[in-house]
Design a protein around this ligand. Sequence first.
Ligand SMILES: Cc1cc2nc3c(=O)[nH]c(=O)nc-3n(C[C@H](O)[C@H](O)[C@H](O)COP(=O)(O)O)c2cc1C
Length: 448
Amino acid sequence: MTQQPARQIKLGAILAGVGADHSIWRDPELPGDASINIDWYIQNARLAEAAKFDLVFIVDSPFITPDTAPHFLNRLEPLTLLSALAVSTSKIGLVATLTTSYWEPYNVARQFASLDQISHGRAGWNVVTTGLEGAARNYGREEHFDHAVRYERAKEFVEVVQGLWDSYEDDAFPRDKVAGVFLDKAKQHALNHKGKHFSVAGPLALSRSKQGQPVIFQAGDSSAGRDLGAAIAEAVFAGVEGFEDAQAYYADLKGRAAALGRNPDHITVLPGLTPIIADTDEEAQAIAEAQLGALDVNKLLVQLGRAFGYHDFSAYPLDEAFPDVSNLSLNSYKGRAERIIRVAREENLTLRQAAYRFGVWRTDFVGSPKTIADAIERWFVGRACDGFNLMVGRPRDFAVFLEKVVPILQERGLFRTEYEHDTLRGHLGLPVPENRWTRVETALQAAE
Ligand SMILES: Cc1cc2nc3c(=O)[nH]c(=O)nc-3n(C[C@H](O)[C@H](O)[C@H](O)COP(=O)(O)O)c2cc1C
């Protein structure tokens, strides 16, 4: 009997240049132009690859204000960026965030299929519906799509993209120079999709990579967001708060996937991870407190407001109860906004407390390398996650994680010491999806 390989932690590295908060950019070791500096991205992608990470992850959104956090203010477009990383690395997965609310499926199918070919099967698409209402005005609309409509569009969008990715069966191109046959026309398939939101004929002018199709990631926390993840995601970026919350999310998402007839093991759950690591737990706690103390509460209010479509929280008294914002439409980061309102009510938070709680990337992971490794193991073994998406922030923190935390996980047999595969699907233990037309053909032949 062949032995089942032990379940392994999956690790992603979020390359967010000068940081998705308002403080990291001031770190003396971090280049001020990191978010637009391809050399910074290449250097960090190579570090993650040397440590055998599963993937690098690029967040994105198509709307900013003057108060937006530094990385978001001035950054590279994800697919262009990942094309450069594809030729600067050879094993690590490359995941880009792209919204289904303001693109066309044909374009998106083509872009990701291209990245998948350029990277020899390492591409992933993080499907988001865009939380920021101002994005509408960058795409010829006065108003953002309604939350429910965004998710309805997203589902159809992904189905169309995946249909386009199967335009060619894997043996569609004989390229027989002697016989003069480049394409076997029977193996090219038009999609002819006509749905509620999209009408796409196809075929797409691009064949599949060695991993079949790019891996579908997804990020969205509301009930509709989780339903979408359960239906289409092969990995999710989870916005969870603490161990118990993460366990509940994990069970809920995988339960929803199982109810749809999917194998729950084929969804990798990756919460964000922003550890603060020092030689001792006491030192790490002191750093965490100092970092918190250095934060400007006005900037935290902006970050808090982002979940509510950049609602202006500076208009309310800081040390009184979290304001009643029930009149807001919550058409932005709905899941997160609902979470903030619920926790503020349950724990009687003031606005200031809510700003410190939700305006920063909060972390339960503070301590020595061993403490961090213990916490990671606890979450992983306790089915609160299948791994983590590590926020690459201060250079020293990333270096310490790679040099001191990863080896502990490896010694414990929880994380790989060598790549076993060279595709993103391979790293995540996902099957290569059979081309739908080949599947039908095979089934017909078997029935004859
Ligand atoms: C952890 C997490 C990460 C997200 N990352 C992005 C992102 O990079 N870009 C983006 O436009 N939206 C992002 N979203 C927003 C979602 O796609 C979605 O539009 C928004 O959260 C509203 O959906 P929800 O109420 O289901 O969370 C993220 C959401 C979550 C929970």
